[in-house]
Structures are given as C-alpha cells and as structure tokens.
Design a protein. Structure first.
Length: 363
C-alpha cells in the first residue's frame, strides 16, 4: 500500500505470469484503472514471485496457474503458509478449470479467464479494492482500539486494585458503549476483549510487583467462544476473578498484619500520638484500607478498640494503686487532657473515675 496525496491510497500489485504479452496487457489495464492500483513488480514464475513479495510487500497478487519451476497453486500455498495478508487473483485458460477450482479452495476469492477482458478486470479490481479498503478500516479501528485499551486499562486496573466493584461495572458499560458506537465489528470483538484484559493484567502486574496475585488469562478461553456477548461476559468474569484474588490475598495479609498491629497497640497504648495513621504506615497500606481491615478483623473500629483498651488499662491502674492520682492515671493511658479522659471513662463504664474509686473503697 502506498499513501498518496491527502490520504488517498494506492494499493500495490505484483503480476506473476510467464507470458510477456499477458503481463504487458495487465500492466497497462491496471495502470489505467480508476480503482487505485499500481504495479510494483512482475515475475516469470512462483519462485521469482516469492523473492519479489519479500521486497515489494504487495497488497494484490495476480498470478497465472500454469507456470514452470513453481506454478500458481504452489505459490498460493506458500503465501498462505507464510500467512501473507495480500489478496490473490488467479489467471486461468479455458482448459485449466480444475486448477482454478483448486485455487478457489485455497482462499482465493477472484479469478480471471484468459484472454482478459478489460471490463471483467475492472470489476475484479473494484471488488478487490473494496476488500482492501475494509481491511484498512479494520486495521485503523484496531489501532485506535489498542490505544484506547491501553488508556482505559490503567483506569480499570486502578479500580480493581482499589476493589471498587461498582465503578468497575460503570467503566465496563462505558467501554462497551464506546466500542459499539465506533465500530460494532462483531468478528473482531472477542479478540479486542482479550486485548483489553491483557493490558489490564499487565497494569496489575506492575502494581503487584514480584509478589503479585495476577494470573494471566489464557487466550484460548476467548478464542473458543463465537458469540460476542459470551466474549464480553468472559471479560467481565475474568476481571472479577482478579478482584476476588486481590481481596483474598489482602484479607489473609491484612489479618496477619492486624494481629501484629494489635500487639503494637497493646505495647504503645500509653502514647498520646498513637493513631491509625501510625498503624497504616507500619503496615505499608493506605489509611482507608487500614481502617477497613481493622474493623473487618477486630469487629470494631481502631478508635473504639484503642479507647476500650485505654479505659480497661486505666481501670486496672486505679484498682491496683490507690496512691495514684486520677490525672496521673489519665497520663499513664495516653490522655494529657484530664477532663476528656474523665468524660470518656464515664461514657465507657457509666460512672466517673472518682465514682469508681469510691465503689472500690479508695476514696
């Protein structure tokens, strides 16, 4: 393909035939065609054609069937083995119908009968042009989708990492709508679903590091489905599998981490500046996640747990040492504000520190 002018496309043609006059005739008709083709090479046989294909990268090969050294059928077979994306048109004579039939079974969509009529060639070139234009459109859509996938994958991976299932669903709805509006090509849809998931998994891998929880989704899971709706469901299921895997790993890790945090709290409850932020930093997690994990593991919030622990410790001090002043008890359990301590104590037990001391006979 050659880009010309303001975006117009000239598609490249390779002519393969051992008859000089046929090649001259084809060259002239193709060059004069209004369908946007240019001849970039001519070959005598299939073997020479393969060398030229590597050099010229044609979009269309027009090849005779019957040729010396390597005939058209062998050339077509080799092109398919190499997975070349070019279109192929075959030339055949009246006595070569069986060859033509075999070629058509080799994914060759068009053929020309010798002698070649200009109007027939014109129709064939028009048909091939439409096919190549559709391929170009699909490639452009795929390129645009790949860029979009890379961009949106960062967003979705972030939501997965934050375990925000509601926003994940909203983002997926937006992705599906965008694809429908921009393309709607159902034949590519399952491949594009897989590509999006692959980008998401790569983003998650970077976030997780070497100790990650990301298991790569097998492409076969997508290629085995034929229905676009099923491919989309598989994408959603795979994403939620990653959410669950992260949840499970964090729950296990958080449970162990919270137990360590609780031991730290019990050793340092008397420190006035002890806070959930301090605990979160020690656990190397966010403040919000530390708060959520603590409550899930302990059944109460960090503040409730610390307050309860301090009140019980205060009660122990008051009970064990009748000579200790109440304000000294407050300081011993992390309260520099004595009125706040007494207010908290009464709210927790239903009576003030002074009332408690009277109850146990210290005042």
């Amino acid at each position: 393909m050659i880009q010309e002018g303001r975006g117009s496309v000239m598609y490249k043609v390779l002519i393969v035939d051992d008859e000089h006059m046929i090649k001259r005739s084809l060259y002239k008709m193709i060059s004069e065609s209004e369908h946007g083709f240019t001849v970039v090479g001519e070959a005598e046989d299939g073997q020479e054609a393969l060398e030229l294909i590597s050099q010229t990268q044609p979009d269309l090969i027009i090849t005779d069937i019957s040729m010396p050294i390597m005939d058209g059928l062998e050339l077509i077979k080799e092109c398919r083995n190499r997975q070349l994306a070019c279109e192929i048109v075959i030339l055949s004579g009246y006595g070569e119908f069986e060859y033509a039939r075999q070629a058509l079974h080799s994914d060759v969509g068009e053929y020309l009968l010798k002698p070649i009529r200009p109007d027939v060639l014109d129709n064939v070139l028009k048909t091939v042009r439409e096919k190549l234009d559709l391929k170009q459109k699909a490639l452009l859509e795929r390129s645009n989708w790949m860029w979009y996938c890379k961009t949106i994958a960062i967003r979705i991976a972030s939501l997965i990492w934050d375990l925000d299932e509601k926003e994940i669903q909203q983002e997926l709805i937006s992705v599906h709508r965008t694809y429908r509006e921009q393309s709607g090509d159902t034949t590519l849809f399952k491949h594009l679903c897989y590509e999006l998931l692959t980008f998401i998994e790569k983003e998650l891998e970077q976030r997780a590091g070497t100790g990650g929880v990301v298991n790569q989704t097998e492409s076969a899971r997508f290629y085995e489905v034929s229905d676009p709706a099923e491919a989309w469901r598989l994408l959603e299921v795979s994403i939620m599998e990653h959410v669950k895997a992260i949840q499970n790993k964090r729950k296990h890790g958080a449970s162990q981490g919270i137990k360590t945090a609780v031991a730290f709290i019990e050793q340092n409850y008397m420190e006035e500046d002890l806070s959930l932020q301090v605990i979160a930093e020690r656990m190397h997690i966010s403040l919000s996640y530390a708060s959520q994990s603590f409550k899930e593991t302990m059944g109460v919030s960090f503040t409730q747990y610390l307050t309860s622990l301090r009140m019980e410790k205060a009660k122990e001090v008051l009970l064990q040492d009748p000579n200790c002043k109440t304000y000294e008890v407050a300081t011993a359990v992390g309260y520099s504000d004595y009125p706040h301590f007494t207010k908290t104590f009464k709210k927790h037990f239903g009576y003030s520190p002074r009332e408690y001391r009277k109850r146990i006979g210290f005042d």
